[in-house]
Design a protein around this ligand. Structure first.
Ligand SMILES: [Zn+2]
Length: 273
């Protein structure tokens, strides 16, 4: 089985992106694997801190490993948005393929200092693990916002990106390029779309030379996705966020109850750390 690094390198050469889908239960995990198998593509499964607390860090890793062996599908496991070194170390020890070490809420100097330290610590635990760093403002959570989302603030510049990647040694970068976590109610209804800054993506890509992730993909215009992934401005992974199917099974679609009924918020965390 190829490593995530090899798959990302190949995807860059081919000018394609790898889909990343967050899971918080076995139903969604099996759906992601079945879809990847059906269309014969590699896929990254993501579990945020809350999703890992809910399912158990080692339990998710064991499930993904088991499905990977059984299905033959190149499934990779990412510790999505991890805000502390202790939580990142848990994922590294459980043999996740990658970790999003997200200190984007801190001042940039502190983000750089702590991310650099984390890269060293996490690679000492698992040398093959890929660390993703984040700069700029792409919001938090996958909620449905009642108001229109302003994606024009806190955009990452190519120079900031280059300095950050050089100083920290991260393998993957999550910049702010018009993307944003969550969706507005108008996006849920298909009346509005997020738009990406394609030129900025191309410039950041060129300045850093490493794979870029596009977080908060849900609600983005399809054409923008295609242009962002094109060879000239390769975006290697994208991270659509969406509510778990458990939400919709419980109640008819409504922007607010979809958020409240997310299983990780409705049930207590796994007793296993
Ligand atoms: Zn994200």
């Amino acid at each position: 089985m190829q490593t995530l690094r090899e798959v990302l390198e190949q995807s860059q050469q081919r000018g394609v992106a790898i889909g990343h889908f967050n899971i918080s239960d076995l139903i969604l995990l099996k759906a992601v694997v079945a879809a990847a198998r059906e269309i014969d593509v590699p896929v990254i499964v993501g579990a945020s801190q809350g999703e890992r607390d809910f399912m158990g860090v080692r339990e998710i890793a064991a499930l993904v490993r088991s499905l990977r062996e059984e299905s033959g599908v190149p499934i990779f496991l990412n510790a999505d948005h991890t805000h502390s070194l202790a939580k990142a170390e848990e994922a590294a020890r459980a043999e996740f393929d990658s970790i999003v070490f997200d200190l984007s809420a801190l001042p940039i100097d502190e983000n750089v200092r702590q991310t650099k330290e984390a890269v060293a610590v996490l690679k000492a635990i698992q040398p093959a693990i890929l660390i993703e760093g984040e700069i700029g403002d792409i919001g938090t959570g996958s909620e449905i916002h009642e108001t229109v989302i302003d994606t024009s603030k806190g955009l990452t510049t190519p120079e900031e990106a280059r300095k950050y990647v050089t100083a920290t040694g991260v393998d993957i970068l999550a910049p702010a390029v018009g993307n944003m976590h969550g969706m507005s109610a108008s996006m849920v209804h298909g009346e509005a779309r997020k738009h990406l800054d394609i030129q900025r993506i191309a410039d950041i890509k060129k300045a850093t030379g490493i794979p870029i992730t596009l977080h908060g993909g849900s609600g983005t215009a399809d054409e923008d996705f295609r242009r962002a992934i094109a060879p000239a401005s390769t975006s290697s992974t994208s991270t659509p966020s969406f509510a778990s199917p458990g939400d919709r099974a419980s109640k008819p679609a409504s922007p607010n109850n979809r958020t409240r009924l997310c299983p990780t918020r409705s049930f207590p965390p796994s007793s296993t750390p």
